[in-house]
Design a protein around this ligand. Structure first.
Ligand code: AMP
Length: 400
């Protein structure tokens, strides 16, 4: 973002997809706060800012009469709070493109901020329609993409719009720059040992990630529901734990490939098991490969916590994607919490740690440990795809 913004109108794609309560009060403004440095940089540089964002998926949640629920999904709900944070009166445009949007953008003076209406009110947005993108592009002199969370979507305002700007007039915002730099840091020339912690529900969701990691990392710690497909692949008994029968062969192949490549895969030696998928105190600890019928593993056990923590503490770079157990239930949160603490300790000892992709981010935030790891990604699906090695459309569009 080293551009001279003086007297320029910057069209900035942000991710203001914030949670609202039933009175339309923002319950978590993290995403808005994360966009502030980029907005301030442009204003301080003598430019004006035209903000565009989506909020939820309004076209998937139409009113009973089939029309868009403007009252519920309007970005106008955000204007007062954004004004407070920026210490200036943010203007609001009740459309994202059209005569009003053009007139309000044209009238914008340096130092002013205009927020456009929810881009997803337009069906053209998610279709990546170039006519719509062209109209958006006409509103600004430069395009800044600071919405890493939607960088894996080739939507009009996240990707297609960039085509209408030259290489010098399209750029990443500060948040997006940081996301890319941190992800690249772990993917290219990481300090070793490099350990990946992978958890969550399904092997099928993480196949590409695991395959990529096999060629990249020294250790893979596998927890969460997906661990049981691997344990079953090794001949273990996993009771009614989550297993994807159609991925057992794949799990075997991944384990074999890891051995060939010299990558160490660690599966949890023990599990916290319970008869029902319920947050009850009715649990016990068992070896993960001897879980009887009628019992399911919902968290990693003490031995696994010990082994995983040792590996983490001996690592110089750590990537974490996915929780170690059903951390939303207090009885099965200990594994994820202990791993978060180990990552925080390793970071304090000098390791670089990146938490990215989905629920591990929620877990780290919930445990108040976000400030104790090196970087927490804002983009769930986007970070997962970046780590998988995919070229994200929103990034490609800026690079050209
Ligand atoms: P993902 O979105 O794939 O990262 O999965 C996150 C979800 O995995 C969380 O909602 C966890 O509750 C769930 N999860 C973690 N461990 C288990 C487990 N052992 N059995 C079932 N679900 C799990």
């Amino acid at each position: 973002m080293n551009t001279d913004f003086k007297n320029k109108k910057a069209l900035v794609r942000v991710d203001f997809n914030v949670p609202l309560d039933s009175n339309y009060t923002i319950t978590d403004d993290t995403r808005i706060r994360q966009a502030l440095p980029t907005i301030r940089r442009i204003l301080d540089g003598g430019g004006s800012v035209i903000l565009m964002s989506h909020l939820d998926r309004p076209l998937k949640k139409l009113k009973d009469d089939g029309t868009v629920d403007v009252e519920k999904f309007t970005l106008n709900h955000l204007v007062d709070h954004l004004s407070e944070l920026l210490h200036l009166k943010v203007k609001f445009c009740p459309e994202s493109v059209g005569e009003t949007a053009s007139a309000m953008s044209a009238a914008l003076k340096p130092g002013e901020v205009l927020l456009l209406e929810n881009t997803r009110f337009q069906p053209e947005e998610e279709k990546g329609d170039s006519g719509f993108a062209r109209k958006l592009a006409a509103l600004g002199d430069v395009y800044v993409n600071d919405a890493f969370g939607t960088a894996h979507r080739a939507h009009a305002s996240t990707t297609i719009v960039a085509q209408f700007f030259t290489k010098n007039t399209r750029m990443f915002g500060l948040l997006m720059e940081r996301e890319i730099q941190n992800a690249e840091k772990v993917l290219t020339h990481p300090e070793r040992p490099l350990t990946a912690i992978v958890g969550g529900t399904k092997v099928s969701d993480k196949i590409l990630l695991l395959e990529r990691f096999l060629n990249l990392v020294d250790n893979i710690l596998i927890g969460g529901g997906m661990a049981y497909s691997f344990i079953k692949a090794q001949g273990g008994k996993v009771g009614s734990s989550l297993v994807e029968e159609d991925r057992i062969e794949l799990a075997k192949e991944l384990l074999k490939k890891a051995t060939e490549l010299g990558v160490k895969i660690y599966l949890p030696e023990d599990s916290i098991v319970t008869p029902d998928f319920k947050d009850s105190g009715n649990w016990t600890s068992l070896p993960s490969n001897s879980i009887p019928a009628g019992q399911m593993g919902l968290d990693i056990g003490e031995k696994a916590i010990g082994t995983f923590s040792q590996v983490i503490l001996a690592s110089k770079t750590i990537i974490w994607n996915g929780p170690m157990g059903v951390f939303e239930m207090s009885n099965f949160a200990k594994g994820t919490k202990s791993i978060a603490l180990a990552v925080a300790e390793a970071t304090r000892n000098g390791a670089f740690s990146l938490v990215g992709g989905g629920d591990s981010v929620a877990a780290v935030n919930q445990m108040g440990l976000a400030g104790k790891v090196s970087f927490v990604s804002t983009g769930g699906g986007a970070m997962l795809e970046f780590l998988e090695g995919k070229e994200l459309p929103g990034i490609k569009a800026i690079h050209g």
